[in-house]
Write a protein that binds this ligand. Structure first.
Ligand SMILES: [Zn+2]
Length: 267
């Protein structure tokens, strides 16, 4: 793999899109897309209407808070498991979120495999989609993570992938940032660095999220932990999109707005 494999959040197989979207809306009604976004999704694209609609449904957990158990699909030693959990729980600093390790039937399953193109690299399924993955499969992959991996990578990668598990999409997919990318240069660049097809580049970095599917922040934040670092080689102005290296104050505020902590009891 490249030194910095690019994260591609995993998508469920098409056969599960509609059921997963229905469950997401049931768990958190705020996952229902805004009417204009739904109408837009129905007007464009191909496939069954219910599938088109499913693609713009959010994947957030209930606003009452996130309690997820975590397990490891390999023989990760206890110090490594504890270190990964610690970084996953960094989100708890502002949000009502808790990840707890378990050996029994974990919600979040972590593997560290290197088997490109499908399973290697860094990735997670997004939010409530993890409920639709077979129990023997990982929901998050942290290729090659060991106790020797630098702390900065734990911050940059584990916290980012945990953001996906919490239902957060890629910040660089926002229109303000996508508009800065030069299409032809991006296709050439990712073909070389990640072996992506033009279609993959289009899906992963050139198609903006519908603005209304994004809650919280109103301005794109290129320092967000949910933003890739994208090189100046592929932007129209030649300046890089810096990308996040840790959860920013804006990310913390965003997470707290999605999963607010219960108010402290009055004295
Ligand atoms: Zn990602």
């Amino acid at each position: 793999m490249a030194k910095n494999p690019v994260c591609v959040p995993k998508e469920l197989p098409r056969s599960k899109w509609v059921a997963a979207a229905q469950m997401a809306v049931k768990l958190n009604p705020a996952n229902r897309p805004h009417a204009t976004v739904a109408a837009h999704a129905m007007a464009i694209g191909t496939g069954a209407p219910r599938e088109r609609l499913a693609l713009v449904v959010g994947k957030r957990w209930p606003a009452s808070g996130v309690r997820l158990t975590v397990g490891f699909l390999d023989d990760a030693p206890s110090d490594l498991r504890a270190r990964i959990l610690l970084h996953m729980n960094a989100w708890a600093k502002s949000a009502n979120v808790l990840f707890v390790e378990t050996g029994t039937d974990p919600d979040v399953r972590i593997a560290r495999v290197d088997s490109p193109p499908d399973d290697g690299g860094y990735w997670s399924y997004v939010g409530t989609d993890i409920r639709h993955i077979g129990k023997s499969k990982q929901t998050m992959n942290l290729e090659g993570f060991t106790m020797k991996t630098p702390e900065s990578e734990y911050r940059r990668v584990v916290r980012h992938e945990t953001g996906h598990t919490l239902g957060f999409p890629h910040e660089h997919m926002r229109r303000q940032l996508v508009n800065r990318i030069d299409r032809a240069k991006a296709i050439k660049y990712f073909a070389k660095s990640d072996g992506w097809s033009a279609r993959q580049v289009s899906d992963q970095v050139l198609t903006p999220l519908e603005e209304s599917t994004i809650l919280g922040t109103t301005r794109a934040d290129q320092r967000s932990i949910m933003c890739y670092d994208l090189p100046g080689q592929i932007t129209k102005d030649g300046k890089p999109i810096i990308g996040g290296v840790d959860i920013t104050p804006q990310d913390y505020r965003f997470a707290a707005s999605i999963y607010p902590r219960p108010a402290a009891p009055a004295r």
